[in-house]
Design a protein around this ligand. Structure first.
Ligand code: SF4
Length: 242
């Protein structure tokens, strides 16, 4: 009986490579989550904020800009504009100057002032806490909504996929896609939901500290044993030298 069952299982796996790959991928994601939890016990959003509105603004400002630069701009901004009504009434030309150093200041001004005007007119000045309502705000896409939901409302509705998450998910062979929304869907199938927000922090932290876009530090990597790319990068010289 046991022999038959075991043989059946092997045959099934041989005939169903997709299922075999999925199992392996899910196992790798689980092992990575276990390891990252120990390596980065304090992983968190590196944008400074004290409420959902501030996080929404900071996240819009962080597009094509470093968190460090955003954190230099936001203290004065949050002091001058304490709530959505204040942002909604800001003069666009003045606001553009105030956020100029974060880059793309015209489109960011349109997004921030437009989002705040909608928050005032449709949500009584409070940032909504659903994916649908957040994505309906001007200039707010799924990635920004995921940041706000996960970090300000502690809701795991999706996974933030930025440039680090894309690069590391590919290096870990957790996805074959390059489109952010497809990668998010792939990750949501294999990463436990309770870890969706942390997962992005872990990959972003690792991407900033170890798994650089150019010359990743594979020799010192804490998850080398779980990464199918590390050995290849060492062999081809793509990794940083020891
Ligand atoms: S082994 Fe190299 S490629 Fe893999 S996660 Fe570590 S640094 Fe990145």
């Amino acid at each position: 009986m046991f022999r038959l069952a075991a043989t059946g299982s092997q045959d099934f796996q041989m005939r169903s490579p997709k299922i075999k790959t999925m199992t392996t991928t899910r196992e790798r994601a689980l092992a990575l989550a276990q390891r990252f939890r120990k390596v980065y016990p304090d992983a968190h959003c590196e944008l400074d904020f004290t409420n959902p509105l501030q996080l929404l603004i900071a996240t819009i400002l962080s597009a094509q800009c470093t968190d460090k630069r955003v954190n230099m701009v936001t203290p004065a901004l949050f002091k001058k504009y304490p709530d959505a009504r204040a942002f909604a009434k800001a003069r666009p030309a003045t606001f553009e100057n105030e956020i100029r150093s974060t880059g793309f200041f015209r489109s960011k001004t349109r997004s921030i002032l437009g989002a705040c005007q909608a928050i005032v007119s449709k949500h009584a000045g409070k940032v909504p806490n659903s994916m649908e309502e957040l994505c309906a705000l001007p200039g707010v896409g799924r990635k920004t909504a995921n940041v706000v939901l996960g970090n300000a409302f502690e809701k795991n509705e999706g996974i933030v996929v930025d440039t680090h998450v894309i690069r590391l998910s590919q290096r870990f062979r957790l996805t074959k896609n390059s489109d952010a929304e497809k990668i998010e869907r792939d990750l949501m199938k294999i990463v436990p939901r309770r870890d969706w927000t942390l997962w992005s922090h872990w990959l972003i932290w690792h991407g900033r500290r170890r798994c650089f876009a150019r010359k990743p530090d594979c020799v010192n990597c804490e998850v080398f044993a779980l990464c199918p790319s590390g050995r290849i990068f060492l062999r081809t010289g793509e990794a940083k030298k020891a």
